[in-house]
Design a binder for this molecule. Structure first.
Ligand code: PEP
Ligand code: MG
Length: 753
């Protein structure tokens, strides 16, 4: 049976379309189990019915015609229970339904297995026997396994319109799910791209002339650096500081000892340049591959992308010119930054990649260029996508292949609304985030690694609410020294002075290890991270706070923030070290000042101790990303549970209220710096709660400002009261969505479905 299972799965995989996949299944299963009939019914939820979609044993003319009301009969029962039902004598069952159109006789033996994907029952695979028969456990498992094989084929057929055609109905079209990577709606024609140079296929080869190989390698590095400059020039004005930082990280990698010296050493040891490059890139990418943190794992694909770009120049591969459609949706299993930049901007309508996520390099590039993108659309068969009509919903990470006219028209309307909205947001640039009753809520930027580029949002923001210091540590080969750190911090403090800049001390840990400081833990999120590491390594902490304090000399706009605090002792110890650094620097003659200090509220324990923490410091800053993860016990990078992650969960709202109450006792301000702060829906609640400031990515700033400027504080408090009555996140979301719709701002947010 195992052998026939393997064969059938292979045949189904190779079937060109759903119709044939179903035909193979019913024929093969009937044969393998020795049943009298094998059929597949598909669920049509919109029209509330089960449709007979394939059969071997019943009349073929009945296919597509027999429609059973949803939930009726034994098919309805299997679908309802979402589990197999095995009956010796179905005709004796109260739910038995005899349908004469199918040429049915009175069958006795019955086995029905649900076809399920993502908890949803898509249909039912049914076996029947004229005689009484109880199917054996092995037979049940066999049928259940094959039913699950069908789920993917059915989903794809729904999205590309095949199912609608098969069922000859205008069934609302389905989509291929992926990850939202760059907001917006893209409508166009798919152009498929493939990796330009296959680094892994490069063999080792003896270098005839090592010096010539080394020169060629260094020349290729320069060519890539020039490409990078062109890329930055094309996107810069639209990139947030964090996004620009990724380019800087690329440049650092391009100049890093690991890449340059590693490759040159291999060339000098006798390998030719492409072989030496392949080995170096593989080593370097492996370090990132092994990381727990999804963001850092994505850097492995950046490293490979970089390797391919260098190889392309090494081999002088001029990419063959591609005739891009007027409205191109760029599609690929792995799209490189160079391939994006190759498409004339005015033709690039959207991007779809079957791998990657929102933190992929190309996703960042897409956001910078304002190109809607969905990543990780794993079910899209790239090989069959060329030339197809496509809609990319970059808000929800959805892709529609060959959409019907209704889907197209709906998305066209959304795209038109977006255009109008973005013009309007542009006009708010120089206006404050002030409510209709005159209350100003300062909006700050979240950023990390500010370079010579002047990133988006810099004029608009009230300052930097969260400067993440991890990036310069991550892209180097060893801990940066005091001077190197100081120059980084100085740049951001100078760029925003006199506006405040809140620099957070190092927040690495088991989930974000540094390549040169590996931490292996069974439970990294509950492990050695944030302040726990830096207190255990005072030399790292002291070097960093000395650099931070020195960077602020003469500017007076510094604030310091401690991450991952779970006890008051940690705050006391961190403050002691900070004071020690301050006094040392005074003794050394630096004109430093003791900055205001805050702690992050990211762990449930800190919420319950907000008052005790607030007594020790000058302000609190809530990291809602970690706080939500720890309150709900959900790792949002884990696909199995990501849908449970929701920062509008009532527990999160209560935690925020409690934090504010604790801070109020000592008259301390509370800022929100997790992603929730940049969500236009949540902005209404946070305003109503009385938080003192919000800190967010640059792209969120105009949207949140638009909301603040449209509502009064009094109304926001009313909405908050209503939201606090809710028992689940979906109800909170509904109230907020209706509020924004009522303000004419529905277009700022797309409802989650
Ligand atoms: C947070 O946890 O919300 C936060 C802002 O910190 P980070 O995202 O850097 O962990
Ligand atoms: Mg955090």
């Amino acid at each position: 049976m195992l052998e026939s299972l393997r064969r059938i799965v292979q045949e189904v995989d190779n079937a060109p379309d759903l119709e044939q996949a179903l035909a193979i299944i019913v024929r093969r299963v009937k044969e393998a189990v020795g049943a009298d009939v094998c059929s597949v019914y598909l669920n049509d939820y919109d029209n509330r019915r089960h449709i007979l979609q394939a059969t071997d044993g019943l009349r073929q003319a009945a296919v597509g015609r027999v429609r059973i009301e949803l939930g009726r009969g034994l098919v309805g029962l299997v679908s309802e229970r979402a589990e197999p039902i095995n009956l010796d004598d179905a005709s004796a069952h109260p739910r038995y339904l005899c349908i004469t159109d199918t040429g049915e006789q009175r069958y006795h033996g019955f086995l029905g297995a649900p076809i399920i994907q993502n908890r949803k029952v898509l249909g039912v695979l049914v076996l029947r026997q004229l005689e009484k028969r109880h199917y054996l456990d092995d037979e049940v498992t066999f049928v259940v396994t094959l039913a699950s094989q069908l789920a993917g084929a059915i989903t794809y057929a729904r999205t590309n319109g095949e199912l609608a055609r098969l069922q000859d109905e205008g069934i609302p079209q389905r989509f291929l799910p992926g990850l939202a990577a760059s907001p917006g709606i893209g409508i166009g024609i798919a152009a498929v791209v493939y990796p330009p140079a296959d680094l892994d296929a490069i063999p080792d080869r003896r270098a005839e002339n090592p010096q010539a190989e080394e020169d060629a390698f260094r020349g290729a590095l320069q060519d890539v650096a020039a490409d990078l400059d062109r890329m930055v020039a094309r996107t810069q004005t639209n990139l947030s500081a964090e996004d620009v930082a990724i380019f800087d990280a690329w440049r650092l990698m391009l100049e890093s000892d690991t890449l340059v010296d590693g490759t040159v050493a291999r060339i000098r040891a006798g390998n030719w340049a492409p072989g030496a490059l392949r080995a170096t890139i593989a080593d370097h990418a492996r370090v990132f591959d092994g990381m727990e943190d999804a963001y850092l794992r994505e850097r492995a694909s950046d490293v490979r992308d970089l390797g391919r770009s260098i190889l392309m120049h090494l081999q002088n591969l001029a990419a063959a010119p591609i005739a891009y459609p007027q409205k191109t949706i760029l599609v690929g299993a792995e799209i490189s930054a160079m391939q994006i930049v190759d498409v004339p901007r005015e033709r690039l309508a959207g991007m779809v990649s079957t791998s990657g996520s929102g933190s992929s390099h190309v996703a960042i590039l897409a956001r910078g260029m304002g190109v809607p993108a969905a990543m990780g659309v794993a079910d899209l068969p790239v090989g069959r996508a060329e030339g197809r009509d496509m809609v990319v919903d970059g808000y929800r990470g959805r892709v529609y292949v060959s959409p019907g006219p209704a889907v197209r028209a709906e998305y066209q309307r959304m795209a038109d609304d977006d255009r109008a909205m973005s013009n309007e947001l542009q006009s708010l640039r120089h206006l404050p985030a002030e409510t209709t009753d005159g209350y100003q809520l300062p909006l700050f930027l979240n950023t990390g690694l500010v370079s010579e580029h002047r990133p988006l949002g810099i004029e608009e923001a009230a300052g930097v609410g969260l400067y993440r210091t991890e990036l310069p540590f991550i892209v180097r080969d060893s801990f940066p020294g005091e001077a190197a750190q100081m120059s980084n911090y100085r740049k951001v403090l100078e760029m925003f002075a006199p506006r405040p800049v809140t620099i957070r001390t190092l927040d690495i840990g088991g989930d974000k290890p540094l390549p040169y400081f590996p931490v292996h833990e069974a439970n990294p999120f509950l492990g050695w991270r944030g302040i726990r590491i830096t207190l255990d390594h005072p030399e790292i902490f002291l070097t960093q706070v000395r650099a931070i304090l020195r960077a602020s000399v003469g500017l007076d706009n510094l604030q310091v923030l401690f991450p991952m605090i779970s006890t008051v002792t940690e705050v006391d110890e961190a403050l002691t070290l900070l004071r020690r650094a301050y006094e040392e620097l005074l003794e050394e003659g630096y004109q430093v000042r003791m900055p205001p200090v805050g702690v992050m509220i990211e762990v449930p324990a800190a919420v319950y101790q907000a008052e005790a923490l607030a007594r020790r410091v000058d302000f609190l800053s809530v990291g809602t990303n970690d706080l939500t993860q720890y309150l709900l016990a959900v790792d949002r990078n884990n696909a199995h549970v990501a849908k449970l992650y929701d920062d509008l969960h009532p527990a999160v709202l209560r935690a925020l209220s409690q934090t504010l109450a604790g801070a109020r006792v000592h008259g301390r301000e509370v800022s929100i710096c997790g992603e929730m702060a940049g969500d236009p829906l949540a902005a209404v609640l946070l305003l109503g709660m009385g938080v003192h400031s919000l800190s967010m990515g640059a792209h969120s700033l105009p949207r949140v400002k638009r909301v603040i400027r449209s509502i009064s504080r009094a109304r926001a408090r009313e909405v908050l009261q209503a939201a606090l009555q809710c028992e689940d996140a979906a109800s909170v979301r509904r109230i907020l969505f209706e509020t924004l719709e009522g303000l004419g701002l529905g277009g700022l947010v797309r409802p989650r479905r």
